[in-house]
Design a protein around this ligand. Structure first.
Ligand SMILES: Nc1ncnc2c1ncn2[C@@H]1O[C@H](COP(=O)(O)OP(=O)(O)O)[C@@H](O)[C@H]1O
Ligand SMILES: [Mg+2]
Length: 261
């Protein structure tokens, strides 16, 4: 009996959001920011959540990151309910959250130092992850000496250096100009191709969501809720040119219709 149960056991998804609701107490009473949000991300998947400004995207990502408790429902990572932030979830935000007084190297080393890693281990991990984001040469620079795209690559390297099993990105390219943004999207796809890191990216940009992801959840609010889910059946190997393909534009139009309809 025992053996049979083990053999047929289903591996839980990397991330499962189960009927999550968030209510804030405000001066004007209760405000429901999220209501009954359920979604999943499988191991090695790159999933996007797209929705308009104010629909509750950041609130949802904060709950998944453990920075904000859910009022109702639960968040499970590898089948276990989370109880706060954890090294298993790396986070990257829109605004450059680098420490301006620390060098690029020290920014990436920060979490490792907090956890008491040895100097040799820190050096190895930091250099490895700076190489992954092509910023090894800039390791001694100050954040203010870097472009916006470089700063976000440092933020990504810092998140990766803690070796999370899930990377959460909240509008990571939202503050960048269009050209840098396009380059960063290709960078993220390339990173995913090389590492197959499980990623959940939040964006208000449908084109970005379709270009980057394997699957898209569409969110509306407030109160924030998932209105539809779409598998993105574009080739796994993508480059900027795919944005001009008929299929890309069909998907984009379909999602836009859902969002505005
Ligand atoms: N701490 C808070 N207290 C009260 N309302 C909040 C709080 N945080 C967010 N909200 C509200 O919840 C809604 C969703 O916010 P947010 O998740 O930041 O949206 P998005 O990231 O999609 O733009 C907004 O109306 C916002 O004003
Ligand atoms: Mg937001």
């Amino acid at each position: 009996m025992h053996h049979r149960a083990a053999a047929t056991a289903v591996v839980p998804p990397k991330l499962e959001v189960r009927e999550v609701g968030v209510s804030f107490a405000t001066r004007n009473g209760r405000f429901d920011a999220l209501a009954g949000v359920s979604m999943r991300v499988a191991e090695n998947e790159l999933v996007a959540i797209v929705g308009g400004s104010g629909c509750g995207k950041s609130t949802l990502l904060k709950v998944i990151g453990g920075l904000l408790p859910a009022t109702t429902g639960a968040v499970l990572v590898d089948g276990r309910a989370i109880e706060g932030p954890g090294a298993d979830r790396g986070m990257v935000f829109q605004s450059y959250s680098l420490y301006p007084w620390l060098s690029v190297y020290e920014n990436v080393a920060f979490g490792l130092r907090l956890r008491g890693a040895s100097e040799a281990a820190i050096k190895e991990r930091v250099e490895h992850h700076l190489a992954i984001v092509s910023l090894y040469e800039r390791r001694n620079a100050s954040p203010h000496e870097l472009s916006g795209g470089m700063k976000q690559r440092v933020a990504i390297a810092r998140a990766l250096a803690n070796e999370p099993s899930l990377l959460l990105l909240d509008e990571p390219f939202g503050a960048l100009d269009a050209q840098t943004r396009a380059r960063m999207q290709e960078f993220l796809l390339d990173l995913w191709g090389r590492t197959r890191m499980t990623m959940l990216i939040i964006t208000h940009d449908i084109e970005e969501a379709v270009f980057l992801s394997n699957r898209v959840y569409l969110m509306k609010g407030p109160p924030g809720r998932i209105v539809t889910e779409r598998t993105i059946d574009l080739p796994a190997q993508r480059e900027g040119g795919v944005k001009f393909s008929p299929r890309f534009n069909e998907l984009r139009r379909e999602l836009l219709a859902h969002l505005t309809g």
